[in-house]
Design a protein around this ligand. Sequence first.
Ligand SMILES: [Zn+2]
Length: 161
Amino acid sequence: MREVTLSNGQKVNVDCLSCALTSGVVEPDGGVVVESDYFHAHQDVAYPIKGLIILASKRHIKCFDELTEEEKLDYMNVLTSIRKAQREVLGIQSVYYFYNEDTTHHFHTWMVPRYEWMYEFGRSVESVRPVLLHARNHLNTEENKKDVVEAIALLKTTLNQ
Ligand SMILES: [Zn+2]
């Protein structure tokens, strides 16, 4: 078991956070954004950034080459539909994608939207950690949390039509 701190400050003890989220043991803020046969999308639970979506597999796997043919197709379809919704309902022009196979959780892709304020931290992979920390330390305001939840609702509506 490891202790994980959620964006609302709550601490949870889980073996695998992705399993806990995709199975519903841990409820992410705003709930499920969209779910397919093999994947589960939710707002990131650690950093309060509008439209920061995590796309996690339902199976406890770590590596890309463990995906079945059906999962590969499903992954690409869900990922691109979320990307399209981010653009259409949140006006997100660019997204950074991260996926690491040595995660302590399981297979999940971070879809990190780029906002104007982030560019003061640079325009590359190195800027991401400071951006996330800035969000955690300075954006945990009631106003921003409200924005995050509204964005989740907009994405949900669009993706579940
Ligand atoms: Zn897992």
